[in-house]
Write a protein that binds this ligand. Structure first.
Ligand SMILES: Nc1ncnc2c1ncn2[C@@H]1O[C@H](COP(=O)(O)OP(=O)(O)OP(=O)(O)O)[C@@H](O)[C@H]1O
Ligand SMILES: [Mg+2]
Length: 296
């Protein structure tokens, strides 16, 4: 098992909690109520692959590709640049998911699988598939089939809307995808203000000794979700402006010969950082997630 290459999630801080990333050809469910960042997570995961020469397949049931790319743009992700080059959409329209999942999808996947290109798949959101039928057995078959078919291509990440309130146990309608997947990540939002009022918890990750705490995360435009996987030491700001913090981070990254795309991310973060808290912690997590050690 040790020589199997893990798939980097693209979420700074997360891979530290799951022994380096996701297993190839595994299925992961991202669970959370509205606005917790499920789509952000999914897009980040796809962009990480695309930027490294992999391909991405975005299965959408509700929003058309144009809307997804527009929203991604607002979050600082340029998906359009890769549209129909390495990023492909399957827009499952209408109610007949069953026929689509059982007949068309396997054909499509077969055709792609023959090329043997590393691919990341996202189904965002998967909820309509669950609700396509009230019959539990049929739901199980449908989700099972979907996972089985798509994971031939690579890691399949799907998002599931949760309707429970913060602190409550997960709702019954989301249990099935959790059971059927190899990994499940729970995103929660506590509307109490402050920098880290959002938390991430790993419900399961098959074959991985995963982190078992509740981990705060924040949003950084241009990067997405950043997870605080370990307590980081934040030096005193001493009236330094955030701009200076970013400038120094960019200089450091350049001196360390960080990949251009990482420097680009920091620049994007800088451009959009309009929070009143310091970017120091997010930067530290970003640096370490790319294996860059900052001194001082
Ligand atoms: N850079 C950012 N800074 C602050 N908040 C952000 C940032 N990016 C996204 N958000 C917030 O995250 C939420 C949107 O995230 P996202 O669309 O990923 O959530 P979701 O879980 O997919 O929601 P839904 O279930 O409605 O599809 C919004 O409430 C938005 O305000
Ligand atoms: Mg969403």
């Amino acid at each position: 098992m040790a020589d199997i290459q893990k798939v980097a999630s693209g979420i700074p801080g997360l891979d530290d909690l799951i022994e380096g990333g996701f297993w190839p050809k595994s299925t992961v469910v991202i669970l959370g109520s509205s606005g917790t960042g499920k789509s952000t997570f999914a897009i980040q995961f796809l962009m990480e692959g695309i930027e490294q020469g992999e391909q991405a397949l975005y299965v959408t049931l509700e929003e058309p590709p144009e809307q997804i790319m527009r929203e991604a743009d607002l979050m600082g992700f340029d998906m359009r640049k890769y549209y129909e080059k390495s990023l492909f959409f399957i827009h499952l329209k209408g109610r007949n998911f069953k026929k689509m999942i059982e007949e068309q999808l396997p054909q499509l996947v077969k055709a792609r699988a023959d090329y043997n290109i590393a691919t990341r798949v996202v189904i965002d959101p998967m909820t309509p598939v669950i609700w396509a039928t009230t019959d539990k057995l049929e739901q199980r078959e449908l989700i099972g089939k979907l996972f089985y078919t798509l994971k031939e291509l690579g890691v399949v990440l799907c998002t599931v809307e949760e309707h429970a309130k913060p602190g409550e146990t997960v709702g019954e309608d989301v249990l099935l995808p959790i059971y059927l997947s190899d990994g499940a990540v729970h995103l929660e939002y506590y509307p109490i203000g402050g920098a880290f009022n959002r938390t991430l918890k790993l419900l399961k990750m098959r074959g991985v000794h995963h982190g078992e705490s509740v981990y705060p995360y924040l949003f950084a435009r241009g990067v997405g979700i950043v997870v605080r996987s370990s307590p980081t030491h934040i030096p005193e700001e001493q009236s330094r402006s955030h701009i200076k913090t970013f400038d120094e981070a960019i200089k450091t990254a350049e001196a360390m010969k960080a990949p251009a795309r990482v420097i680009d991310r920091i620049k994007k973060m800088q451009k959009h950082w309009d929070y009143d808290y310091s970017p120091e912690e997010a930067l530290q997590i970003l640096f370490s997630s790319y294996g860059l050690k900052r001194g001082g």
